[in-house]
Design a protein. Structure first.
Length: 664
């Protein structure tokens, strides 16, 4: 079966949102909040009609001889206009027609009152009473929120009607001029104010629209970023952050409502070897294929799949049957195998990519915390790997392949620093020719609660798998600086660094902070990267190495020759020093072994790195190192590991022995 894969980088193609063209803006402005405007114009019109009718009282007082006609006109026009308005509203006519009805009613109300009022014999009273006609003009321009053109036409009609009315009661010239000037001034002023108000309303609308557009765009970007923050960029699955939220959600539902669920950890077998053989791009493609297959298996059951680590996936689904968990776990193993992704570098003879699965089920769990539940799945996965990989295991505390020893060490590591269960000892590193102390290697030691020592080969892998190595590693660097470098007990101290630490964001920054706080320059610290551990030179690892180099920190390659990626690392990174594993020195007693050691020395020297050899336990081995031109040596023959408090005395004693040997 041949698989193809297409991938790409999602680009942010969002542009800064812009407003629509002016014409479209004006149309939007007129259509804005139609219901709100209809309600406002109705309320305003009712108020205007009521005030119009109330003004019948001044008619009775000022022009009593024609009051019955003006009052009749007020009632007829007011009630008729209201009836027409309400009928239009019920017919759901456009808001602009309601505005026109109101504007026409105001003009008609003025003329309908003015015509009978001009017939009064109370000429002096009407000459003053006419000033209230300006209220109609103000109402057109200021009381209602009419468009400027409508307000201008309506208030212009009122002004024209008033100017025409001057001929009826023929006031004195000066009075007529002053009165006309007052009306014209009101017309100009209120029209200008109406124009400004319309402009301001339009500007407010435009600003509000722009704010809404920007808010919507920001909200969409926020949603996209939020989704991105919960998505693995390579596979499109949930990332670890999203997975943790899903785990917490399912755990709470189980604790409160008893909704059982299962957790499955899926690890791609021998993926480091796959990357070494086919390259990281092919590795990424294979992970995407596996991810799609897992999604197709789990999502139909309502479950979720996430990427939990480099080549590790996690599946979470509600189920009340452990048989279902077993069936799904085995189906995952079969499906990944059936993808038929070629992998001819496996040491077990299988020539395709496979997966190991470790699962746990709340219906059979002994966990009292969510972390314990996930640890059960991890222990089951460990058991699947110990059982030969390409298989599935359900957590069983009685399974001999799932030992409690790692669980106990994991718990111990969580309290090791706080309970002073972890410490450092330092082994001298000397010049092979002079015997002079050149550096010291910091070695971590761990004791159980009862004081029993635990071998590094036991607790270091567990620390790496559980993540405890991050705190322990920084503690080791800080302690070495405080115990050895700050008091100048050694000019250079090397500290072992797990490749897991190099993957952690901010590792170099943490080292820089430790150096600054202890007052130690970076060139006095060497970090030994263990070549025997599986490690990939991803961009974030090389970036971390570059940042450490910028601090002046020396980079050493430890245990060279024992792992799978030594030559790759030696080619990719300019190490200050390369440490040859002790096994090659001990094998140099044979002709073939010596030839291999000589070849390794030549290779490293051609790369421009310094050479240190471990395991010097006899004078003959030291002499061999000198013969081969190896500058630095380390081993029990020249110094055993000792705590910082004893290191200076041990070194002085060793130097005294060398001086006595020379005199003899």
């Amino acid at each position: 079966m041949r698989h193809t894969w297409t991938g790409g980088i999602d680009e942010d193609r969002h542009e800064t949102p812009s407003l629509p063209p002016e014409v479209e803006l004006r149309q939007l402005y007129r259509r804005q909040d139609e219901e709100g405007r209809r309600t406002a114009v109705r309320q305003g019109f009712w108020v205007a009609v009521i005030v119009y009718l109330i003004f019948a009282i001044p008619d009775i007082i000022l022009i009593p001889d024609v009051a019955e006609y003006t009052i009749a006109a007020r009632i007829a026009i007011g009630v008729g206009a209201l009836a027409l308005f309400e009928m239009q509203r019920l017919m759901n006519v456009a808001t602009e027609w309601l505005d026109r009805t109101c504007a026409f009613a105001v003009v008609l109300g003025y003329i309908g009152w003015m015509l009978p009022a001009l017939m009064t014999s109370h000429t002096e009273a009407i000459s003053y009473y006419m000033i209230f006609g300006a209220i109609f003009m103000m109402g057109e321009n200021l009381f209602f929120s009419f468009r400027f053109s409508l307000s201008l036409a309506a208030s212009g009609a009122i002004l024209s009607a008033f100017l025409a009315s001057l001929a009826s009661f023929r006031p004195e010239g000066a009075y007529a001029f002053a009165f006309a000037l007052f009306y014209v001034s009101c017309f100009v002023f209120t029209s200008y104010v109406n124009w400004k108000l319309n402009q301001e309303r339009y500007n407010v609308f435009v600003n509000a629209l722009e704010a809404r557009i920007q808010h919507k765009s920001a909200a969409e970007r926020g949603e996209a970023l939020l989704k991105l923050s919960y998505t693995d960029p390579l596979t499109g699955l949930d990332n670890r952050r999203a997975v943790d939220l899903q785990l917490r959600k399912h755990w709470n539902m189980w604790r409160v409502y008893g909704d059982d669920f299962a957790v499955l950890l899926i690890d791609v077998d021998f993926f480091k070897l796959y990357n070494d053989r086919y390259g990281h791009q092919s590795g990424d493609r294979s992970l995407c294929l596996v991810a799609d297959a897992l999604r197709g298996l789990v999502e139909p059951f309502g479950g979720t799949v996430g990427r939990y680590g480099g080549e590790e996936f996690i599946a979470i689904l509600r189920t009340n049957s452990i048989a279902h968990v077993e069936e799904l776990s085995n189906a995952i193993c079969r499906t990944v195998e059936e993808l038929a992704i070629e992998h001819d570098q496996r040491p077990d003879g299988i020539e395709v990519v496979t997966a190991s699965v470790g699962a746990t089920f709340t219906g059979a769990t002994i966990a009292t915390k969510l972390e314990m539940l996930v640890r059960e799945a991890d222990r089951a996965l460990y058991g699947a790997k110990a059982g030969g990989r390409h298989c599935a295991k359900i957590f069983d505390p009685n399974d001999p392949l799932i030992s409690d020893e790692s669980e106990g060490i994991s718990a111990l590591l969580n309290i090791a620093i706080g309970r002073n269960l972890v410490s450092l000892v330092y082994q001298p590193i000397r010049d092979s020719e002079t015997g002079e102390l050149v550096a010291a290697e910091a070695l971590m030691r761990l004791n159980g609660l009862n004081g029993t020592p635990i071998l590094p080969s036991s607790f270091i892998p567990i620390a790496e798998r559980t993540g405890a190595i991050h705190d322990l590693g920084l503690w080791a660097i800080r302690t070495a600086c405080e115990e050895m470098l700050a008091p100048n007990k050694a000019q250079l101290v090397s500290v072992n660094v797990s490749p897991v630490q190099l993957r952690a964001p901010g590792f170099a920054a943490s080292v820089a902070e430790i150096l600054a706080r202890s007052g130690v320059s970076g060139n006095r610290l060497a970090l030994e990267i263990t070549e025997g551990l599986a490690m990939e030179l991803h961009s974030y690892v090389t970036a971390s190495i570059s940042e450490l180099r910028a601090l002046g920190v020396q980079l050493w390659l430890d245990d060279f020759g024992t792992g799978h990626a030594g030559l790759s690392w030696l080619r990719a990174v300019d190490f200050h020093t390369v440490k040859i594993d002790r096994s090659f020195l001990h094998a140099a007693e044979t002709t073939e072994g010596r030839a291999m050691l000589e070849d390794m020395v030549t290779l490293i020297r051609n790369r421009g790195s310094g050479i240190l050899i471990e395991g010097v336990e006899t004078e003959e081995q030291g002499a061999l190192a000198r013969d081969l031109g190896i500058a630095l040596i380390q081993g029990y023959h020249i110094g055993r590991p000792a705590p910082a408090s004893q290191f200076a005395a041990t070194d002085a004693e060793k130097a005294g022995q060398k001086r006595r040997a020379k005199r003899a």
